[in-house]
Write a protein that binds this ligand. Structure first.
Ligand code: ADP
Ligand code: MG
Length: 140
């Protein structure tokens, strides 16, 4: 078992419905600690850069536009196997396919507006955390 950090984003559909606290509770109940957090409004350029891994996908333009449609809360979660643990707390990409009790099942509106982002690997977690946070911003 190893302590890891992962990058989480509470997406515009969730901030619009004032769900930041309800979503953060899901992380804390499962033992993940929020060691950095800020509410920001992404520019289109920032969203395009963050999701550049998906730039060939059909949903890329819509996804980038959606991610700039309102504020997001970007955060670093820390805990045992935080990357896979967070993916389990989040549930499947499409809320319709997500397990009961997951964030996306309980709060997601659609495959696009699915309430949360979470890093999918240690490599991407490191890249995504440094996209939003400096080391000095992370307080354990
Ligand atoms: P995940 O967020 O579960 O890692 P992906 O990395 O595949 O999923 O996709 C990134 C984001 O793009 C998803 O969270 C969702 O907001 C959006 N997305 C994924 N697939 C689709 C799709 N088929 N149609 C619209 N939006 C999508
Ligand atoms: Mg992904």
């Amino acid at each position: 078992m190893a302590t890891e950090r992962t990058l989480s984003i509470i997406k515009p559909d969730a901030t619009r419905r004032n769900l930041t606290g309800a979503i953060n509770e899901r992380f804390e109940i499962r033992g993940l600690k929020i060691v950095a957090q800020k509410r920001i409004h992404l520019t289109l350029g920032q969203a395009q850069k963050f999701y550049q891994i998906h730039k060939e996908r059909a949903f890329y333009d819509d996804l980038c536009k959606y991610m700039t449609s309102g504020p997001v809360v970007v955060q670093v979660l820390e805990g045992e196997q935080a990357i896979t643990e967070n993916r389990s707390i989040m549930g499947a990409t499409n809320p319709a396919n997500a397990d009961e009790g997951t964030i996306r099942k309980d709060f997601g509106e659609s495959v696009e507006a699915n309430s949360v982002h979470g890093s999918d690997s240690p490599e991407n977690a490191a890249i995504e955390i440094s996209f939003f946070f400096a080391d000095i911003d992370i307080v354990i």
